[in-house]
Design a protein around this ligand. Structure first.
Ligand code: NAP
Length: 198
C-alpha cells in the first residue's frame, strides 16, 4: 500500500519506519527537504495518509492537502492547548480533534489511532513480554477502520475497534492520562494500554 506520513518527528518517524519494514511504499512528508517531500506532494496517490503533526498546525495544514478524497487518514494527534494563542482543546466529550478534522476533510475517511500509544512503544516494540499493546481505533468509516486495523496487526499491535468518530472524545483524553502517568507521576515510557477480554 502507498502510505504518506506527514511529519517526521517521533510518531511520524516511528510509524513510517514500521510501515516500510512491513513492506509498504512509504513517502515521508516534511517541511524540511532533507527529511521528505512537501506534505501536499507526499499525499499524491497515497491510499493512506498518516497525520503526525502538532495539533497547533493540524487544521491549517490539512486544508492545504487537496481534500484527500477517498483516502484513509490516520489521525495520531492530540489536541492539547499547549501553546500561547492556540485554540483551546475542543470541548471534552462534546467534540474532538478527529471530528474537527473530518469536518475540514469531508471526503476523507478519518480514523483515530496511536494517539494514546507512546512513540517510544512504536519505535521499540509493542510487545511487553508476550503481552501486545492495544491500539484503539475509531472513525465514521467502518471499512477504513478495518484497513487501519490491518496495518496495526502488521506492525505488531492489537487493534480494537471503538466505533464511530465520537469515540475520539474518549481516546483523546486517554492520551492525557498516559502522559500524566509517564511524566508527572514518573512511570516513564515503558508502558502501554492493553484491553483484557474474555
Ligand atoms: N510523542 C508521542 O509519544 C506521541 C504519542 C501519541 C500521539 N502523539 C501525537 O502525535 C503528534 C506528533 O507528535 P510527536 O511527538 O511526533 O511530535 P514531534 O516529534 O515534535 O514531531 C512533529 C512533527 O510535525 C512536523 N511539524 C509541522 N509543523 C510543525 C511546527 N510548526 N512545529 C513543529 N513540528 C512541526 C515536523 O515534521 P517535519 O519537520 O518533518 O515537517 C515535526 O517533526 C502530536 O499531535 C502528538 O500529540 C505523540
Amino acid at each position: 500500500m502507498r502510505i504518506a506520513v506527514l511529519g517526521t518527528g517521533k510518531i511520524g518517524g516511528g510509524l513510517g519506519e514500521r510501515f516500510r519494514e512491513a513492506g509498504h511504499d512509504v513517502v515521508m512528508g516534511s517541511r524540511d527537504p532533507a527529511n521528505g517531500v512537501p506534505y501536499a506532494e507526499a499525499v499524491q496517490g497515497a491510499e493512506v495518509t498518516v497525520l503526525a503533526l502538532p495539533w497547533r498546525v493540524a487544521e491549517e495544514t490539512v486544508v492545504t492537502l487537496g481534500g484527500l478524497a477517498g483516502q484513509v487518514v490516520i489521525d495520531t494527534m492530540n489536541p492539547y492547548a499547549n501553546h500561547p494563542g492556540q485554540a483551546a482543546l475542543p470541548e471534552l466529550y462534546g467534540t474532538s480533534g478527529l471530528e474537527r478534522l473530518q469536518e475540514l476533510l469531508p471526503a476523507a475517511r478519518l480514523v483515530k489511532g496511536w494517539n494514546h500509544v507512546y512513540a517510544h512503544t512504536i519505535r521499540t516494540s509493542p510487545d511487553f513480554d508476550g503481552q501486545v499493546a492495544t491500539v484503539l481505533l475509531c472513525g465514521d468509516d467502518e471499512a477504513a477502520r478495518g484497513v487501519v486495523a490491518g496495518l496495526a496487526r502488521e506492525i505488531g499491535f492489537d487493534p480494537v475497534d471503538v466505533g464511530d468518530a465520537t469515540g475520539a472524545r474518549y481516546l483523546e483524553p486517554l492520551a492525557g492520562l498516559m502522559i500524566r502517568m509517564a511524566i508527572p507521576l514518573g512511570r516513564g515510557f515503558e508502558m502501554a494500554f492493553r484491553l483484557l477480554t474474555r
